[in-house]
Write a protein that binds this ligand. Structure first.
Ligand code: CAA
Length: 377
């Protein structure tokens, strides 16, 4: 066992950190304010190879691993959690199921342009009536000759409206409950595909979240992902890895908040000395740093397990649970260190605090993580 990163991982961290600081951070607060997604940032990530980190070169990726990918999401989220989740949903939620269950043709047609960053991916599972109970979905897929006709709607879709490729879960046999669920690859230009309402959110505001509507949407038979009836398993297995992407995002948000709090505590003078000289502040910072390190170790471990081909579902749920709670705790404390200034938009910590909250909710609430973990004990 060794705890140092390889040269390759250090290189990726440095490259993503430089990119995040120079290209992503300068507009992070403005994009948050304007709820504006910036495709140019995604295009720049593509140029650096970040849009296909774990996928083999034959599918347009850079042939690295899930640890490198987690490090990239962490470093992006350290300055802008919206950019972090754009990459996470694109890679873990849309790319992964196509890589794992796609046919060679599907990988060439869909995974390759996604890995190259020419197209953005999204994942459509949640519906208005089925959030935590993902198996309760109502979106229907009816077989008609050589195609399926999809009807229904999905909500809270990360990358909704900006993505061109959607991995969609629908029921092909409602009687069979989750065993009647099938996964499809749907292109945004398919007839009957519509982008619905865009959510106005507390945080990750420059990452678009929309409703996706299927109105007699025609999906060719060859766009079934995996086998008919295998959809629920594909959805769950996808989330096993996706959750570690969110853990990495949470670690990044927390680290960004700690960085800001430490430098502020060293500069801010009250009662004739920097506030870090008070144990009320320095002990807070020590606790924040310790929790972040623990969250990072859980996250890297889960990423390492996935890269090594070992079981990682429990580790990933634990990482997401601990890192999400850490991000919320650390960002709240960071605002406290900043005092009144922390509550204003003059400093980034209020944004980090708003962004942190979603890590306790999406890709399975913290309560669902506990359910997943406890079932595996
Ligand atoms: N891997 C493989 N198979 C799995 C699995 C996994 N991780 N989890 C469940 N399954 C299989 C089970 O083995 C079972 O198969 P059999 O019928 O063959 O035995 C089947 O799936 C049903 O499993 P459960 O009985 O456990 O299903 P359940 O209805 O009790 O639900 C759940 C389980 C864990 C609660 C699940 O519904 C769940 O994860 N809910 C949360 C949904 C979620 O995370 N949504 C996030 C939306 S995406 C998002 O947030 C994206 C974003 O914006 C960025």
């Amino acid at each position: 066992m060794q705890f140092t990163l390889s040269e390759e991982h250090e290189m990726i961290r440095k490259m993503v950190r430089d990119f995040a600081i120079n290209e992503v951070a300068p507009t992070a607060s403005e994009r948050d304010e304007e709820e504006r997604f910036d495709r140019e940032i995604f295009d720049q990530m593509a140029e650096l190879g970040l849009t296909g980190i774990p996928w083999p070169e034959e599918y347009g990726g850079i042939g690295s691993d899930f640890l490198a990918y987690a490090i990239a999401v962490e470093e992006l989220s350290r300055v802008c959690a919206s950019t972090g989740v754009t990459l996470s949903a694109h890679t873990s939620l849309a790319g992964w199921p196509i890589f794992k269950f796609g046919t060679e043709e599907q990988k060439q047609k869909y995974l390759k342009p996604m890995a190259q960053g020419k197209k953005i991916g999204a994942y459509c599972l949640t519906e208005s009536g089925s959030g935590s109970d993902a198996g309760g979905m109502k979106t229907m897929a009816r077989k008609e000759g050589d195609h399926y006709v999809l009807n229904g709607s999905k909500i809270f879709i990360t990358n909704g409206g900006v993505a061109e490729i959607y991995v969609v879960f629908a029921t092909t046999d409602p009687e069979s409950k989750h065993k009647g669920t099938t996964a499809f690859i749907v292109e945004s230009n398919f007839s009957g595909f519509k982008v619905g309402k865009k959510e106005k959110k507390m945080g990750i505001r420059s990452s678009p979240t929309t409703e996706i509507i299927f109105e007699d949407c025609i999906v060719p038979q060859e766009n079934v992902l995996g086998e008919e009836g295998q959809g629920f398993k594909i959805a769950m297995m996808t989330l096993d890895g996706g959750r570690n992407g969110i853990a990495a995002q949470a670690v990044g948000i927390a680290q960004g908040a700690l960085d800001a709090a430490v430098s502020y505590a060293k500069e801010r003078v009250q009662f004739g000395k920097p506030i870090i000289a008070n144990q009320g502040i320095s002990f807070k910072l020590a606790d924040m740093a310790t929790n972040i390190e623990a969250a990072r170790l859980l996250t890297y471990q889960a990423a390492w397990l996935e890269s090594a081909g070992l079981p990682y579902g429990k580790a990933s749920a634990m990482a997401k649970l601990f890192a999400g709670d850490t991000a919320m705790k650390v960002t709240t404390e960071a605002v406290q260190v900043f005092g009144g200034y922390g509550y204003t938009k003059e400093y980034p910590v209020e944004r980090f605090m708003r962004d942190a909250k979603i890590t306790q909710i999406y890709e399975g609430t913290q309560e669902i993580q506990r359910l997943v973990i406890s079932r595996m004990l």
